[in-house]
Write a protein that binds this ligand. Structure first.
Ligand SMILES: [Zn+2]
Length: 381
């Protein structure tokens, strides 16, 4: 590849200006289920592309979720799809408490700043520069989605539709382990297990009852025992609910189960195991529903080539770019990779503490990673 830097002599990035912009984005808190708040966030993004030579399409949300925004540069044919989610896991009010927007040395704190408003913002800045300069070789489509943090139930079909027409997918999830990008993620499954027993008076008719809680207790141990660290498979009973009162043998109990699997074969194998759970007590009815929500993001030859290309761009900017090992968390990149689109993830801001009250991005990563995104948009062909 011709040296990107020699080709373009990219402008330096106005980091102070970008910190201000990131602040504007995190101050507009946007927990997934708060449609009004997330739509305000989409308003902000939309207002920041009005002066660009792009077409924007705002697709109304449904099922209690906010709108989706598609921003396209000119051009035809398969291009680059950039994916950013602008919802966060943090409830409204964190901005006034533990995650108030502030700078502490190299750290920049704010709700969703690391996951992933920081990354989305710097990708948009790169996009703005490239679109203004008309310097991309491929058409660009930037998708802002409102529901990634709950598994993208609404935006998945849009992401997949756009991915089918894309040559590459770039995902602005946070960088990890000191600036690494992500080329592999586990698949994510989700299941509900519901037990229905036989209720009875816990004092006078104990022997007639069949406890749904007792049944589920045994199922919890069986499910947790499926975890196989050597194979990278984990099963987690994440929530449990059941029973009505201390003096009733409980009729109902239910759990939700999370499955993480490194490859499609393991995903299928463990999905089948969970769906085939049988009651220990034959008098208790057990119903298991669910399946894989995100298929594993597997590294392919094409995605490895994309990663090496990004490495070369980074080298040119002046920093080494490594790839993280297999990640347990899923992203919308799982969907695009499953469709065979070379996908590079973890292109967002570096930092730490995703989903916690010490979530922060690193100011020192703003410039290199904005330049990296810009370099990718200008050199991929
Ligand atoms: Zn995220």
């Amino acid at each position: 590849m011709l040296s990107w830097r020699a080709m373009t002599k990219p402008n330096r990035i106005d980091v102070a200006h970008m910190i201000e912009g990131i602040g504007r984005w995190v101050r507009q808190e946007s927990p997934t289920r708060d449609t009004t708040a997330v739509n305000r966030m989409i308003d902000i993004v939309q207002s920041e592309v009005v002066d660009l030579p792009v077409t924007t399409e705002r697709i109304p949300g449904r099922d209690g979720l906010a709108d989706m925004l598609v921003v396209r540069s000119a051009g035809n044919g398969p291009g680059i799809l950039i994916l950013s989610h602008i919802d966060t896991v943090h409830p409204i009010g964190m901005i006034d408490e533990a995650l108030c927007f502030r700078r502490d040395g190299d750290r920049l704190y704010g709700p969703g700043l690391y996951d992933m408003k920081g990354g989305a913002y710097l990708a948009l800045e790169a996009f703005r520069q490239v679109v203004r300069a008309g310097s991309a070789r491929l058409p660009l489509t930037f998708l802002f989605t409102p529901d990634e943090e709950i598994g993208s139930p609404m935006s998945r079909s849009l992401i997949e539709r756009e991915a089918r027409q894309a040559r590459y997918a770039l995902v602005t999830e946070p960088a990890c382990e000191g600036g690494k990008v992500i080329t592999q993620r586990k698949g994510v499954g989700r299941f509900d297990v519901k037990a229905t027993g036989v209720p009875s008076h816990a004092g006078t008719r104990h022997q007639d009852g069949r406890s749904a809680i007792k049944e589920i207790a045994r199922q919890v141990l069986a499910i947790e025992a499926m975890t196989d660290y050597a194979r990278g498979v984990t099963t987690t009973v994440g929530t449990i609910a059941g029973g009505t009162a201390t003096n009733v043998v409980p009729q109902y109990c239910q759990i939700t189960v999370g499955l993480r699997a490194p490859d499609p074969a393991a995903a299928e194998e463990f999905k089948a195991k969970i769906l085939a759970l049988q009651p220990f007590d034959p008098d208790v009815k057990l119903v298991v529903t669910g399946g894989m929500n995100r298929p594993p993001l597997k590294k392919s030859e094409a995605s490895d080539t994309l990663y090496r290309h990004a490495q070369a761009v980074a080298r040119d900017i002046g920093f080494p770019l490594d790839e993280a090992g297999l990640r347990g968390g899923g992203s919308d990149g799982n969907f695009t990779a499953a469709l065979g689109v070379p996908t590079l993830d973890g292109l967002g801001i570096d930092g730490d503490g995703a989903h916690t009250d010490w979530e922060h991005g690193l100011i020192s990563s703003i410039e290199p990673r904005t330049l990296l995104m810009r370099g990718l948009l200008e050199t991929l062909q």
